[in-house]
Design a protein around this ligand. Structure first.
Ligand code: ADP
Ligand code: MG
Length: 339
């Protein structure tokens, strides 16, 4: 069944689990604009991510996963700013309005929206030309009620470099789905080792990455710089180094991996996945070493693993070191849309 534009908005996007009320949002979907009223003195972070069918999610992906992923990757940018989510807007370009896809997609959005108390407050819906890919544009708005945003530009020589969770899952998930992942063709031996549990884990990691909002908000006063890992550790840590005009020594053996990635790949392949694969949506942040114990305790309180992987240096280059301290060369390129 095909729906009209206004039926679609009221049925799928204005529904209570998605367009819900929360403090600070005065007016949501329905007027010409939304109205927000953040706490007095709070600064606001805004961030937008576009997701294009065939590039940011597979064409055959189910609507639920596309919905949860679309909002999660945006919330991950708020986490990287240490912002508390407030609300989001949604721009959708679709070939046609298909009931079942919209139902799934909006439910996937709703799961993340409820979990992070981030309601949908408005948007736009347009028809794309026949055969064009679906395009999902989301803008998230976050607040900083009682702390400053954490920027990329404030890392200091001597700071520790930390990551949350495990890396390489995004690339492994794409690989397991048989899609372009930096890891080459999916060979039979990897396929044979892919258990149902690991396959489910990777699928979840890709379609439901968990933005590290709670940790970032709680730990922000210890962080000197932060970014989320969307394009691979080398590229994203590189952005912190460039913005802060510093270098880094990363201990390659300290990079944390999930059981699934450890089980599927040899050392070299998992390093490729973590360093160049992307789509992990974990945080990479820097902090003064004197705060390491406090950070570990905060993470433990939230049952989140964090790992110190290296140190900020004054050399303005990113060095990868093995366990004996020797420099290792690992070839690869971070993901870029236009090269
Ligand atoms: P206008 O014509 O004034 O630009 P629209 O007719 O496009 O407004 O939208 C009507 C209302 O529905 C607005 O409040 C708008 O923010 C909301 N809306 C439109 N598309 C979406 C969407 N994809 N998700 C959420 N809200 C939407
Ligand atoms: Mg209008």
């Amino acid at each position: 069944m095909s729906l009209s534009e206004f039926e679609t908005i009221s049925r799928y996007f204005r529904r209570p689990k998605l367009g819900f009320q929360r403090e600070g949002v005065v007016l949501g979907i329905g007027d010409d604009g939304a109205v927000v009223q953040p706490p007095a003195g709070a600064s606001i972070s805004m961030s937008m991510d576009l997701l294009v069918e065939g590039i940011h999610f597979p064409s055959k992906a189910n609507g639920y996963g596309v919905g949860s992923r679309s909002l999660a990757v945006n919330l991950s940018d708020l986490a990287a700013m240490a912002a508390q989510p407030l609300c989001f807007t949604l721009g959708l370009t679709l070939n046609r309005l298909e009931d079942s896809w919209l139902q799934e997609f909006s439910s996937g959005l709703a799961e993340m929206a409820e979990k992070f108390n981030c309601p949908l407050v408005g948007g736009d819906l347009t028809r794309g030309p026949m055969g064009s890919p679906a395009v999902i544009a989301i803008q998230v708005h976050g607040i900083h009620p009682d702390s400053d945003p954490v920027l990329r530009s404030m890392a200091k020589v001597g700071d520790g470099i930390f990551t949350t969770g495990t890396l390489g899952n995004g690339a492994a998930a794409l690989h397991a789905m048989g899609l372009d992942s930096h890891l080459g063709e999916l060979d039979q031996s990897v396929k044979a080792r892919l258990s149902k549990a690991h396959s489910d884990f990777l699928n979840n990691a890709y379609f439901k990455p968990q933005p590290r909002i709670d940790f970032a908000v709680a730990a922000s006063h210890y962080m000197t710089a932060c970014i989320d890992v969307s394009d691979g550790l080398i590229g994203d840590l590189g952005h912190i180094l460039g913005a802060s005009k510093v270098g880094a020594a990363v201990m390659i053996d300290k990079i944390p991996y999930s059981d699934a990635v450890l089980n599927l790949y040899d050392e070299q392949t998992r390093q490729q996945a973590a360093l160049f694969g992307g789509d992990d949506y974990e945080l990479c942040f820097t902090a003064d070493k004197k705060n390491e114990a406090a950070l570990l305790a905060l993470a433990a309180q939230q049952s989140l693993s964090i790992q110190k992987i290296g140190e900020i240096t004054g050399t303005q280059e990113l060095r990868l070191l093995d366990s004996t301290g020797d420099i290792v060369q690992i070839e690869g390129k971070p993901y870029q849309h236009f090269v």
